[in-house]
Structures are given as structure tokens and as C-alpha cells.
Ligand binder design. Structure first.
Ligand code: 6PG
Length: 468
């Protein structure tokens, strides 16, 4: 028996991905050094054409050539270790696919070093968590188009489908797949933080119970905000907790962890000079959430005297929050896509924004109705740098910004942070401002450092002996 597809790393994601491959009529082999995982796959895939082993030689020899071997192991050193352990058994033309959240420059490095050995390598983002891997993820491959072709039939079969089309496509050169997945995660951070802020203001400003919050988010999910994250947020508010006998959400510690992809998005955006302030704010808020002890220490020193403010109009606040979220979601995608636009030329990825919007419509964590509008915007104008300039976005943005100002003023009255929402609005106000006050910054630079400045009324660089 020769198997069509190999998977290394039989954690829940890896096993689910294999089960998905098997569901579509392919045979598959799985490899993991952990015997419990090997046994788990054997049990879950009982009766199917599957090999589950911890023997690398047996695994590689069992695969039909050119071999298609996907890795779902933690990003970093583990990927190099696994590749090293495979190399003695591989032959020219075999394909290794890294499906983890790897930093794109690591992918480029591995691609180049494997190419010298005649081994194909593809960096591939996979989104949708364990459920996505099992039922259909969104898949973001990059690298050589010929390498993609080898594995395309399998990936297209297992990927989520949106409007009948598989949520996978060859996205671009080198580390393009992992880069797109990184930005996907940056957007994911932004949307999650915006939802957390909306929850906070509705809970404290409109005193919504968990039940009322669930209903509100469900109603939003039936409208323009329809998305996976809004849907699961509604479900979270309904989750009971046996231990506390209350809602589980109320017993969860307010410290959010992170594995780095959101931070990488912000860091790389800074490197490329593209502002993504909503994502920056989301990363910053994860940092602030982690400073639990500091917050507990500082809180009593500044306890809120503002809580006696008049109660806000509940219905109005709920409606404004929905509109504000719609605005902020659009602007978060716009920032991420702007970054992709710039990265595509800076790193010669050759990305097509419409394709990206298309494959994000299903399977992934940031899937949302909005993505269909985005796809149309790019179909109309493929070279659009920033969605803020698309005709499709114009009227929802003009409309939504008013609601953002209202919810932010509620947040200010309550003294509760809405860093992502505020950053989103200020970004919008900045990108639509023909004139910003940075003429002053430029004057200051010239004042203390003779850095020179340009003028609005004539060409050239100027320097002034300030105060002279
Ligand atoms: C996905 C997710 C996933 C990511 C988690 C956790 O698309 O399925 O992005 O890949 O690992 O969301 O990310 P953090 O631990 O950084 O929050």
C-alpha cells in the first residue's frame, strides 16, 4: 500500500486534518514520536486506509512519490528538527509543507536550503482551529506554483467551501502563504479585541446580562456583522459553568495569552511603514491584560468616582455599538489588506487581494460576510491599496463613524478602555485628513537636529536657524 498524503504531528489539528483527507477518498499516513497520538489516530481512523506510526523510515517509504508531507508541529526549532530527520529518506521532487504559524523569513530560508537539495518546500497557513481542520479549513499556501499543483487536488478537496469554491489557492512566492496567515492572525487579534471592548461597554454602560449579551451578539450575527467570531462570542455568553453555577465567562481570568503572530504583524507593519493601529492596540491590550498584578495594585489608587454618571440609553447604545463594530471591522480588514498590498511589492510575493478575500470567506477564524464585499471591491479595482478608497466601503464608513464617536464617548464617560475602537477611529480620521499636524514634528526635527524640512509652497529642502 502506498499512501497519497503524509502528516507529521498528530496532535488534534494533525489528526483532524488527516481524517478530513480520508473523508475525501485519499489514503494517508501519520507520523508522531508520541505513541499516544499514534494510537489516537489509529482509533479515530479505524477502518480507513491509514498508516499511523512513530517510525520515520516506515512513514516515508509508505508514501507514493513525489511524496507530499505536511508538518503540523510548533513553529520554530521543531520544524528544522523534523525536516532534518526526514532528509535522509527523501528523494528529489518530494514536497514538504509546513502548515504551522511560521514566521515568513524562516519559510524563505527553509525553501532556499531545501531547493539546493532538490526537495520542494511550501509554507502554508491553515486557519480554522481543530474544527476547521476536521470539517474544512481555509488554507493559505505559498511557494512554487508547480509544488502547489502536486498537492492541489487534496487541498482543494479538504478546504472549506464558500459559494461553492474551495477556500484555498496558491497565493504567491516564497513565504507568501505564511505572511498572509500572519496578517490573517493580526486581523483576528483586532476583531477579537473590538468584540471584547463592545462586551465591556455593553456590560458596564448598559448593564446587559450575559443572556442579553448573547441575544445582542446573535442579532448582530444575523445582520451585517455576520461572522464566525461574532457567532462564537454569542455562544460563549450562553455557556454555563458547573463549578460556579453561573456563566463560565464570569469565572475566566482576564489574562489573554498570545503566541506571537499578532505581534509579528505589528512589528512587520512598522518595518514596512504601513499603519495597522487596530492590530497594534489589540497586541497592546493583550500585554495590559497580562499585567494583572500591576492592575490590581493600581486600581484602588484611582478607583472610579465617575460611576455615578447618568445611565446611558440602553437601546441606543446597543444599536450604536453594532454600527461601530461594523465600521471597525471594515477598517481592521482594510489595515491588514493595506499591509498585504505593501508586502506584496516589498517581498515580491505577487499577491492577488481578491483571491485572499475569497479564501477567507470560509473556514478561517476571520470569515465574515464583509469579505464578500471586500472581494467585490478588489474585483472592481485589483490595484486598490487601501479599501478605505473603495466605493463599496465609502458609505458604510461614512455612516458608521458617527456611531463610533458615540460609543467612544460612552467609554470615556465610564472610564473604560476602548483602545482598539479608538485607534480605529483615529486611523480613519488621520487617513482622511489632507493635513495632519506633523508639520510641527518636522519643524521640531529641524530645530534640534537640523534635519531640514520641505515647504508647501516651493520645492527643495530647507533649514532654519530657529529662534535666531
Ligand atoms: C487560526 C488561528 C490559530 C492561532 C490561534 C492562537 O487561524 O486557526 O489563528 O492559528 O494559533 O488563534 O493565536 P494566539 O495564541 O496568538 O492568540
Amino acid at each position: 500500500q502506498q499512501y497519497d498524503f503524509g502528516m507529521i504531528g498528530l496532535g488534534v489539528m494533525g489528526r483532524n486534518f488527516i481524517l478530513n483527507v480520508l473523508d475525501h477518498g485519499f489514503s494517508a499516513a501519520g507520523l508522531d514520536l508520541n505513541h499516544e497520538q499514534v494510537e489516537a489516530l489509529k482509533q479515530e481512523a479505524e477502518g480507513k486506509t491509514v498508516l499511523s506510526t512513530s517510525d520515520t523510515a516506515e512513514f516515508v517509504k509508505a508514501l507514493s512519490t513525489p511524496r507530499k508531507i505536511m508538518l503540523l508541529v510548533p513553529a520554530g526549532k521543531a520544524v528544522d528538527t523534523v525536516i532534518g530527520s526526514l532528509l535522509p529518506y527523501l528523494q528529489e521532487g518530494d514536497l514538504i509543507i509546513d502548515g504551522g504559524n511560521t514566521f515568513f523569513t524562516d519559510t524563505d530560508r527553509r525553501f532556499n536550503s531545501l531547493k539546493e537539495k532538490g526537495i520542494r518546500f511550501m509554507g502554508m497557513g491553515v486557519s480554522g482551529g481543530a474544527e476547521g481542520a476536521r470539517r474544512g479549513p481555509s488554507i493559505m499556501p505559498g511557494g512554487d506554483p508547480e509544488a502547489y499543483d502536486i498537492v492541489a487536488p487534496i487541498l482543494e478537496a479538504v478546504a472549506a467551501k464558500a459559494k461553492g469554491e474551495p477556500c484555498v489557492a496558491h497565493l504567491g512566492n516564497g513565504g507568501a502563504g505564511h505572511y498572509v496567515k500572519m496578517v490573517h492572525n493580526g486581523i483576528e487579534y483586532g476583531l477579537m479585541q473590538l468584540l471584547a471592548e463592545a462586551y465591556d461597554i455593553l456590560k458596564h454602560g448598559a448593564e446587559l446580562s450575559n443572556e442579553a449579551l448573547a441575544e445582542t451578539f446573535e442579532a448582530w450575527n444575523n445582520g451585517a456583522l455576520e461572522s464566525f467570531l461574532v457567532e462564537i462570542t454569542a455562544a460563549i455568553f450562553r455557556q454555563p459553568d458547573a463549578l460556579s453555577q453561573g456563566s463560565l465567562i464570569d469565572s475566566i481570568l482576564d489574562k489573554a495569552k498570545q503566541k506571537g503572530t499578532g505581534k509579528w504583524t505589528s512589528q512587520n507593519a512598522m518595518d514596512l511603514g504601513i499603519p495597522v493601529p487596530t492590530i497594534d492596540a489589540a497586541v497592546t491590550m493583550r500585554g495590559l491584560s497580562a499585567l494583572k498584578a500591576d492592575r490590581a495594585n493600581t486600581a484602588p489608587k484611582y478607583s472610579r468616582s465617575i460611576e455615578q454618571l447618568p445611565l446611558l440609553d440602553k437601546e441606543a447604545l446597543i444599536n450604536q455599538m453594532g454600527e461601530a463594530l461594523h465600521f471597525a471591522f471594515l477598517m481592521t480588514y482594510a489595515q491588514g489588506m493595506h499591509l498585504l498590498h505593501e508586502a506584496s511589492s516589498a517581498y515580491q510575493f505577487g499577491l492577488n487581494p481578491e483571491t485572499i478575500a475569497k479564501i477567507w470567506r470560509g473556514g478561517c477564524i476571520i470569515r465574515a460576510e464583509i469579505l464578500e464585499d471586500m472581494r467585490q471591491a478588489y474585483q472592481q479595482e485589483p490595484s486598490l491599496a487601501n479599501l478605505v478608497n473603495s466605493e463599496i466601503f465609502r458609505s458604510p464608513l461614512l455612516y458608521g463613524q458617527r456611531a463610533v464617536r458615540e460609543v467612544l464617548s460612552a467609554a470615556h464617560q465610564l472610564g473604560r478602555p476602548m483602545l482598539a475602537m479608538a485607534s480605529t477611529l483615529h486611523y480613519f480620521d488621520a487617513i482622511r485628513a489632507e493635513r495632519l499636524p506633523l508639520n510641527l514634528v518636522q519643524a521640531q526635527r529641524d530645530y534640534f537636529g537640523s534635519h531640514t524640512y520641505e515647504r508647501t509652497d516651493r520645492e527643495g529642502s530647507f533649514h532654519t536657524e530657529w529662534g535666531a
